[in-house]
Ligand binder design. Structure first.
Ligand SMILES: C[S@@+](CC[C@H](N)C(=O)[O-])C[C@H]1O[C@@H](n2cnc3c(N)ncnc32)[C@H](O)[C@@H]1O
Length: 383
């Protein structure tokens, strides 16, 4: 597996066991608090798909319960027998608790709750967490976890990558606030993108330099090449990870500093763009902008931009009008290609028979006349 392995690879490996670091959670939450110190005040926060005994989400929110002004913290876990990864030992915390049940430990989920100072030491913190087994396995789709979701104001977690689309729909069907981790690629899913387009979901503050490092069970390490898994830290690196949220943070209202089209073509730092100019798509009434920093600030038509644009997206500067994709759910395609054209484009590009799905993306025509698909693009327009 290459060094730039991503969450898609984790998904392909059917691996959902990645654990978020405390410092990443802290840094992300601080961005919301800086914008509004009362973001979490008097709120019920639910942390589903967690493993409360060792989860940094549970640790962070429990330790900061008073500082954040929380009303109630709920954290739930998924039973080991229901997980894809079953190599698990109950923690001492569980086995030494009077609640421990040898029959339930593998098949039931758990719920941890924090609402008040149970040990009467004058403060509400991690030592006041109370727990018991759930009726079921803690599946976020189960009736009892849905009930907890409905009682919550804000849902925070790193959900299972393999169920990401379902998880996002689960949040929105209950119209909840959220802060979750996902892959940038998932942003294009039809279950996710309409929320982004309509400003119901946006990118969070983000991981340092776009790199995210997660803990994982030792037995799963062999799925990753060296360079991706770091033996010293015991962490695995993903490069295309992001936080997705509908909580306000200041950064998303900062407009990008951009140049005019003319200046981009004269002074921009991308040689290919300077040489070829901004191409117009063959199948959309829009221009192809291959780099976010080359978005011209004086072009009033539609532009296709890389998905990484979302990290800089300011809704006061641009509106999102759709994506270039197969189903054309946004009704923006100006033409579709016949299967004959797709086959001809493949033959021309790869020199052998096959089919090149020109309808799945924005298509530009190159100097020699052949059709070329561009990478995944978001269609935007200046406001
Ligand atoms: C990416 S891990 C993140 C764990 C934890 N939230 C963290 O960030 O440290 C996702 C967790 O969801 C669990 N999970 C998988 N399918 C689930 C489901 N249907 N319902 C609830 N949890 C699930 C996995 O077993 C895994 O522990």
């Amino acid at each position: 597996m290459a060094n730039n392995t991503n969450l898609g690879a984790a998904k392909a490996a059917k691996n959902d066991e990645f654990y978020t670091q405390y410092a990443d959670i802290q840094k992300e939450i601080n961005a919301y608090l800086e914008y509004n110190p009362d973001t979490f005040r008097d709120k019920v926060v639910l942390l589903p798909c967690d493993d409360p005994e060792w989860s940094n989400f549970t640790r962070f929110f429990a330790q900061n319960f008073e500082r954040l002004g929380l009303k109630r913290l709920i954290s739930t876990s998924y039973a080991v027998e229901s997980k894809k990864y079953k190599n698990y030992q109950p923690t001492l915390f569980e086995t030494e608790s009077p609640m421990f049940d040898i029959d339930k430990t593998r098949i039931k989920g758990k719920i941890f709750e924090l609402t008040h100072d149970t040990n009467q030491n004058g403060r509400i913190d991690i030592d006041d967490l109370e727990w018991h087994y759930l009726e079921g396995d803690g599946d976020f789709r189960s009736k009892e976890v849905c009930k907890l979701r409905d009682e919550a104001d804000i849902i925070v977690t790193n959900p299972p990558f393999s169920l990401f689309k379902e998880f996002v729909s689960w949040i929105f069907e209950a119209e909840k606030k959220c802060l979750i981790i996902g892959s940038q690629g998932a942003v294009g899913y039809k279950e996710v993108f309409p929320h982004i387009m309509n400003n119901r979901l946006w990118l969070g503050n983000g991981f340092s330099a776009g790199n995210a490092y997660f803990g994982l069970p030792k037995e799963l390490v062999r799925e990753f090449a060296s360079g991706v898994y770091d033996e010293k830290t015991g962490l695995v690196k993903f490069r295309n990870c992001c936080w997705l949220t509908n909580l306000e943070h200041g950064r998303r209202h900062e407009p990008m500093k951009l140049m005019s089209m003319k200046d981009n073509l004269r002074f921009g730092r991308h040689k290919d763009l300077k040489e070829n100019g901004y191409r117009h798509y063959v199948n959309y009434d829009a221009i192809e902008v291959p780099y976010t920093d080359s978005i011209p600030d004086d072009y009033l038509g539609v532009m296709g931009v890389p998905i990484t644009f979302l990290d800089k997206y300011c809704p006061e500067q641009f509106k999102i009008v759709g994506t270039c994709e197969n189903l054309d759910i946004y009704g923006l395609k100006t033409r579709t290609f016949t299967s004959e054209e797709c086959r001809a484009a493949y033959q021309r590009k790869f020199g052998k028979p096959g089919t090149y799905d020109l309808n799945a993306a924005g298509v530009v025509q190159m100097e020699d006349g052949h059709y070329e698909k561009v990478y995944q693009r978001i269609l935007i327009q200046k406001i």
